[in-house]
Design a protein around this ligand. Structure first.
Ligand code: AMP
Ligand code: GLY
Length: 422
């Protein structure tokens, strides 16, 4: 089979590696891929958001199956276009991807269908938003841009002044463009966070092993939010009792709600949860695999990934028994100096394999490019150094040992991934 994978980050590298385990996969094509992916797939200079370009490539390589991974092409309707062109594709259509594309939509959905989420108000006028914040007078308060914002559209304001700056930058300076035309202002919740990715064909939902992201850039959850600085799986806070409660109050009701809205969701649905004193609450939905959650979840998947993705497309997920490996995995993200603010690119990375690969460790490339036979940095999050082990401690030790062998100028990473679990 010829497979096309749309995207070019660490998550896509993990998906490609997993798809390659299927012996019927002949070739994988990536749009656009990255330096590391180029060792596992044929990379094409087609942007992940270029719907016509991706459709043309699928035709050219006679794609048997397409996986659309990032949020923006999904929200733009790439799956609709590929389906219309006759390609079997994994990922939600535009109508369903709105669950991530608009926080106003997802908050209203949860309210309508009684799915637990933080109390909220929606505003399209900055003056009214600020009047509400002033009258509410409770801090911290959470301000979210309605649309996509590279995982950075959430501001947790500890004072009226901070809230004012946040509203100003989202709604007036439009730092996230039209994504800031509306804001959601919501109640601040506390508790451990859990990421749960699910396969669903809109009839059946199958949860993957749980994981924990580390969103802040520095140790002890300090500094600004990032796309994610590391992950562990499984998440120790996500017990079988919590899973049962989430299935009953959140997962199944969400699938049913989307069906009732005439927006059946097929693909990977990501639940960002907070385990509060009052039970699990939804912090966010994503219409796709998480990054870097995928890097720790997929190495624990026993069942063939392509078989599952095809079952989702064919709406036959109920016929599959999905198996997971025992043990744990950990991913440490190595980032460019300066990230999540501005950072240099084009810096050579050494130690990727010349120091000897560690058994059970795998380095997923996120922001890299291959140039003159070398691998260089090309993004903020550069590598996802991942390891599996019998225990979380083993996986972490191995991942950090592998990190120690890699070097690029300015590299930084968190030293406390998974620490909250012990
Ligand atoms: P999001 O991009 O929606 O996942 O939000 C980024 C991060 O902001 C989350 O992982 C949480 O740590 C935090 N966050 C979002 N909403 C809330 C909330 N209502 N209360 C507390 N923290 C939140
Ligand atoms: N790691 C969080 C996300 O993928 O949105």
């Amino acid at each position: 089979m010829n497979i096309v994978v749309v995207g070019g980050g660490g998550r896509e590298h993990a998906i490609i590696r997993k798809l390659k385990e299927n012996p019927s996969v002949e070739a994988i094509h990536a749009c656009p891929g990255n330096g590391g992916i180029s060792c596992d797939a044929v990379c094409h200079d087609v942007a992940a958001t270029d719907i016509d370009g991706v459709a043309a490539l699928c035709k050219e390589v006679k794609a048997d199956f397409v996986v659309v991974t990032p949020d923006d092409p999904l929200v733009l309707g790439m799956v609709d276009a590929l389906n219309a062109a006759g390609f079997r594709t994994f990922g939600p259509n535009k109508a369903a991807a709105i669950i991530e594309g608009s926080k106003v939509f997802s908050k209203d959905l949860m309210k309508r269908y009684d799915i637990p989420t933080a109390g909220y108000e929606i505003f399209d006028d900055p003056t009214e938003a600020l009047r509400y914040i002033e009258q509410n007078d409770t801090y911290p308060i959470v301000i979210k841009a309605d649309g996509l914002a590279l995982g950075k559209g959430v501001i947790i304001a500890k004072s009226y002044e901070e809230a004012k700056d946040g509203i100003h930058s989202i709604m007036e300076d439009k730092i996230f463009g039209a994504s800031g035309n509306h804001v959601v202002i919501e109640e601040f919740l506390t508790g451990p966070e859990v990421s749960v990715l699910c396969f669903t064909d809109s009839k059946t939902i199958r949860t993957m092993v749980s994981s924990m992201d580390h969103k802040r850039v520095y140790d002890n959850d300090e500094g600004p939010n990032t796309g994610g600085m590391g992950t562990i799986s499984p998440n120790p806070f996500y017990t079988p009792e919590v899973e049962e409660e989430c299935m009953r109050k959140i997962f199944l009701p969400t699938i049913e709600a989307m069906n009732k809205e005439g927006r059946p969701f097929k693909g990977c649905l990501y639940f960002g949860l907070m385990l509060t004193q009052k039970g699990p609450y939804v912090i966010e939905y994503n219409c796709r695999f998480g990054d870097p959650e995928t890097q720790v979840v997929l190495p624990l998947l026993q069942t063939d990934l392509l078989t599952i993705m095809e079952a989702v497309y064919d709406e036959k997920l109920s016929e599959l028994d999905i198996q997971w490996k025992n043990g744990a995995s950990a991913c440490v993200v190595m980032a460019s100096g300066g990230y999540p603010k501005s950072y240099p690119k084009g810096i050579e990375i050494t130690g990727l394999d010349e120091n000897g690969q560690l058994d059970g460790a795998v380095i997923y490339h996120a922001g890299t490019k291959a140039e003159d036979g070398r691998i260089k940095t090309a993004g903020g999050r550069v590598l996802g150094v991942t390891a599996v082990g019998d225990s979380l401690q083993q996986a972490l030790d191995k991942a950090y040992e592998a990190v120690g062998k890699i070097h690029f100028d300015g590299a930084h990473y968190r030293k406390d991934i998974g620490k909250k679990s012990f």
